[in-house]
Design a protein around this ligand. Structure first.
Ligand code: GAR
Length: 204
């Protein structure tokens, strides 16, 4: 049997996208990949607990404890090397990585963003903000995007997108939940599965 693609998931918060990935691996929707490492950059991130409950190595790595962004990225690189990581998934990871770091993992880092890029994206658009902006602008359709990460915030090649309806009376929180349920938790595992298949083909 072929070895599976070793995946690291980076998360800052609740980790529902991480959970969707864990569930997809367990149910066989991701066949050629295994989540080998979860890194959280906030001590309070529930994502770390989800990883531990699933028996996945979880590490808390903070910029502060590493003496800044450089040390933070160096520590993450060390962990990736230790775990032979081949694919990095940013699943609600609220830290802007440096160009050097991103270039080192060209086409090996993917991100999930809660809007249809190029709408409501770029610096400052994270978490609830894209949903607030979508409601303010009055769009009738929003959604989520999975894309490769490059030096430009939310500017890398798009891998998958899914549209979600905005409904009358939506609050940012209600819309955020619908975008997660109807788009993020579906397209992120599907995209990761597709990339693992592709990387596996390349190895054989
Ligand atoms: C998700 O909605 C994700 O798309 C978003 O943060 C949330 C994390 O939720 N990411 C960004 O805004 C990145 N720019 P989760 O921790 O429950 O997966």
């Amino acid at each position: 049997m072929c070895e599976k693609v070793r995946i690291a998931v980076l998360a800052s918060g609740g980790g529902t996208n991480l959970q969707a990935l864990i569930d997809a691996e367990r149910s066989g929707k991701i066949q050629n990949g295994e989540i080998a490492l979860v890194i959280c950059n906030r001590k309070s991130a529930y994502a770390a607990e989800r990883a531990r409950l699933a028996g996945i190595r979880a590490e808390i790595v903070t910029r502060k404890e590493c003496g800044g962004q450089e040390g933070f990225e160096a520590r993450m690189t060390e962990l990736f090397e230790e775990e032979n990581i081949e694919l990095i998934v940013l699943a609600g990871f609220l830290n802007i990585l440096t160009s050097d770091f991103v270039r080192r993992y060209d086409h090996r880092i993917v991100n999930i963003h809660p809007s249809l890029i190029p709408a409501f994206c770029g610096e400052g658009f994270y978490g609830i903000v894209p949903h607030e902006a979508a409601l303010e602008r009055g769009v009738k359709i929003t959604g989520a995007t999975v894309h490769f990460v490059n030096e430009i915030a939310d500017g890398g090649e798009i891998i998958a997108q899914k549209a979600v309806e905005v409904l009358p009376g939506d609050t940012p929180e209600v819309l955020q939940r619908r975008v997660m349920e109807q788009a993020e938790w579906i397209i992120l595992p599907a995209a990761v599965s597709m990339l693992c298949d592709r990387l596996t083909e390349r190895k054989n």
